[in-house]
Structures are given as C-alpha cells and as structure tokens.
Design a protein around this ligand. Structure first.
Ligand code: GDP
Ligand code: MG
Length: 441
C-alpha cells in the first residue's frame, strides 16, 4: 500500500500541468489502492468524487501550483475519512476496560498501554480476568515484569471474582487496566460477561481492541460492541502486518467510535495515539507531509512574503529577502528538501546554498530601503559601501545582485506559466522562492 501511494504521488508531481484526464487517472489509481486496503467501496466513490470536483473546480490559492493543490486535496480528504483529530487520552486517575474477540491483541495492549502511561509519569496496575485461555495470566505476568506494572487479582475460576480481588488490592495507581477474555464472536455469553465486569469496575474508558486484519468489517464489530456494552474508543492492532489498516480505521470512523490508539508491532513500545494526519502522511509515503504543509503555511503567514506580491510584479530585493526569510522559518533547508523528497540533491549543494543565503541576508541588512526597493540603483560605489557595511566581500554583493536578477527573470517565467520546478523535486511549497531550483549556488 505504502509504495503504491508513493507511486501515485510521483505521477502527480512528475506531470507538469494537471488536466481532467490526469485527475481521472490519478483518482482511479487512488481508488484501486484504497479498495485493496479494504476501504468500503461506497466510501471510496464518495471520496473520489470529492477529490475530482475540488481538483477541477476549486480556485487555486495564490502561489500554489495545481500539483500542490491536488496533493493537498487528496491528503485532506483521506484524513477526513480516517478520523478528524488526534485522540486525546486522559491523563488523570482512571480505569480502562479492554474488550474484544480472541486474538485481537487485548493482553498485549495491557503492556502497551501501561508502557505508554508509565513513560508519561503515571503509575499503572493491571488485572487480567481471562479464565478461558490457558496461560493467560502468565502472559500478562511476563509483560508486567518486562514493562514494570503491578499485576493484581491473581488467578481464579471466575472473572468477576478476580476483578473484585484486584480492585481491593489496587490503591494509589493512577491507571488501572483490566483485560478480559473475549470469544470467537460477540455471543450473548460474552456480552453478559463484559456487562458484569463493567458494572463491577465502573470504567472511565471501554476500549474495543480489534486487529487491522478485519478491514471494513470493523464497522459492524464496533457498532455491535458499542450497542451491546458501550465503547469510548477502539484500539486497532497489527497495523504493521496487515494491509487493511486503512479499511479498519475508516470503518471505525463510519461506526462513529473514535480510534484511540494504534498498535504497530509486537513490542510494548510499538504503540501510539492515533492521529489521522500522521497516518495519512505515512500512507502516502511522506511521513512528515502534514507537518510540512502546516510549516509552510505558517512560514508564509508569519513573514511579509506574499506570493501575490510576486505575481503582481512588485518584485524587488525586499520580496527576495522575504522569500529567504520564509525559507529560513521552515527550518534547515536540507530538512525541508528531504521532507519534499528531494533528499537526493548532493549535500554540498544544499549546505553551500544555506551558507550563501545567510550571507545574502547580512548583505541586505546593510542596504537602504530605497536600494532594496530599487536594486537597479546599486552601482559600483554603492556596492563598495554595502560590502564595507556588511563585512562581506564585494564579490558576494555582486553575486547577490546577480542571483536577484536571475530570480526576477524566473518570476517572469512563472507568471507566464513556463516554470516546471526543480528536477527530482516533488513540487514546491508556496513559501519557497519559485526560482530556487534555477539559482546557481
Ligand atoms: P488477545 O487474545 O486479544 O489477548 O490477544 P493477544 O494480546 O494475546 O495477541 C494475539 C497475538 O497478536 C499475539 O501473538 C501478539 O503478539 C500479536 N499482536 C498483538 N498486537 C500486535 C501488533 O500490533 N502487531 C503484531 N505484529 N502482532 C501483534
Ligand atoms: Mg488475552
């Protein structure tokens, strides 16, 4: 799935202009990928229609290319079908009941949850009420040694007896996690057992544990557990080994039960709070895509740099300077380029350009307002003065002016729609000087 999505994005970013035929082709690929991940067909159709409509009809925000726009639309729509915001686990004293079918990963999740809270400074204890599976107690006992939580309640023939005993033994622990037995299916017997446990424990959270393997059937399972016993969230396990995680996650959203955590492996530390944006970024093969999009937006908002100014033609050294500032706010350029998938640029090019930009900024700080607004004023005597004032060589000042000229020419091309971006780079964020790829550092 991962690679597939990356291929789709590559297709988008390799093509210069995006027309209806291409949008249709990309959406078809996306549909295939989502259906393979077991996302519900009706949902896939809905999402595809939205993406198509937005990609073709929405007005382009200033300074954003059609490619970037499409990537963003796909990203936002996928985030939307997988969940809205990041889950916010409570951090006060609370009790958790884990429910679910056999083998879904409940007992393993006891260790994971415990590790999660211990790491954040909350003490934990667990009770395992599984009287069905042989060695169920020993499994959790081993986790308790490994992770360092208290195991209470001991062993007995009856689940509620164990729970009551464990609750009596529990005291100051901030998070009490109760594991239950499960069955092959949601039988009357299982419902009644969970109801009894719930009545005795009075939990703050009831998490249904499901394996990502079950894909879109998670909707039905989450719905029926929710109706029968009441859920506050779902933990989706085995997202590492199943290609159906997308289906399982979107299915929970459909069932109206939030995904609280996802489990990404067998170790206690392979566990995280569910965050739809992060998940989609990973799905698309760009783990940092979400944070990058945000960073670029913030950088543009904070700086005086306005893509509209560039396009309106008020392009001067001040605009150039603001572009550099906007880039600086995005963090080290190497990191930004890597995030964009242009990590294959030779590192000396990237590093030297970062140094160059720093020098350029220092030089521009020594220029007068009118020089910044009208760089053609800067002739050789002014170059001397600026060089002295900034402590940089005249050669560097001339180089800056040359780069600025080159940049200005590129902007003209951008305005005429002839600019295609840097080879090997997957699109330009809007804060990035559009001419960046063509500057010869
Ligand atoms: P329970 O019957 O619901 O208590 O399920 P268990 O916690 O005993 O887990 C069943 C199996 O799934 C065990 O072999 C676990 O190691 C495995 N498992 C649980 N969570 C994950 C996960 O996120 N990834 C992988 N690969 N295996 C997992
Ligand atoms: Mg178990």
């Amino acid at each position: 799935m991962l690679n597939k999505m990356r291929d789709i994005l590559n297709k988008i970013t390799k093509s210069g202009v995006i027309d209806e035929k291409q949008v249709n082709e990309i959406v078809k690929d996306l549909q295939r990928t989502l259906i393979t991940a077991d996302v519900n067909v009706r949902l896939v159709k809905e999402v595809s229609n939205k993406i198509k409509k937005k990609a073709l009809e929405e007005k382009l925000p200033p300074g954003v290319s059609r490619k970037e726009h499409l990537v963003k639309i796909i990203y936002n729509e996928l985030v939307d079908i997988l969940g809205e915001e990041s889950y916010n686990p409570r951090m006060d004293k609370h009790k958790i009941l884990l429910v679910g079918l056999f083998g879904s990963g409940k007992s393993t999740a006891v260790g994971k949850l415990s590790k999660y809270y211990l790491k954040r400074g909350l003490s934990t204890a667990a009770i395992t009420t599984d009287t069905w599976r042989p060695a169920a107690y020993e499994q959790v006992q081993q986790l308790s040694k490994q992770v360092g939580f208290k195991l209470l309640g001991g062993k007995a023939d009856d689940a509620v007896t164990i729970l009551k005993k464990g609750m009596k033994e529990s005291g100051k622990e901030e998070v009490l996690i109760v594991d239950s037995a499960g069955r092959d299916s949601l039988s009357e017997e299982l419902i009644s057992e969970i109801k009894q446990l719930k009545k005795t424990l009075n939990p703050d959270e009831v998490y249904l544990v499901i394996s990502a393997d079950i894909g879109q059937t998670a909707t039905k399972q989450a719905q029926s557990f929710n109706e029968a016993v009441g859920l506050t969230g779902v933990i989706v396990t085995k997202t590492d080994s199943s290609g159906r995680a997308g289906g399982a996650l979107s299915a929970c959203k459909q069932a109206g039960v939030p995904v609280a955590f996802i489990s990404t492996g067998e170790k206690p530390s392979d566990f995280e709070v569910f965050n739809a944006e992060k998940f989609v970024g990973r799905l698309l093969g760009f783990p940092d895509l979400g944070s990058l999009l945000k960073k670029v937006e913030e950088a543009v908002e904070e700086s005086e740099f306005s893509p509209e100014d560039v396009l309106k033609g008020d392009y001067n050294l001040k605009t150039f300077y603001n572009q550099l500032e906007a880039m600086k706010k995005m963090g080290p350029m190497k990191k930004v380029l890597e995030m964009l998938g242009a990590g294959n640029l030779p590192s000396d090019i990237v590093e030297s350009s970062e140094e160059k930009l720093k020098g350029f900024k220092i030089i521009m700080d020594s220029m007068t307002k009118s020089e910044l607004e009208e760089p053609s004023l800067i002739k050789s005597n002014r170059i001397k003065r600026v060089s002295k004032g900034s402590g940089r060589t005249e050669k560097e000042v001339r180089e800056l002016l040359k780069q600025y000229d080159a940049s200005k020419k590129m902007i003209k091309k951008v305005k005429k729609g002839k600019f295609r971006g840097l080879p090997g780079m997957r699109g330009m964020p809007k804060g990035m000087p559009k001419d960046f790829g063509n500057l010869k550092f």
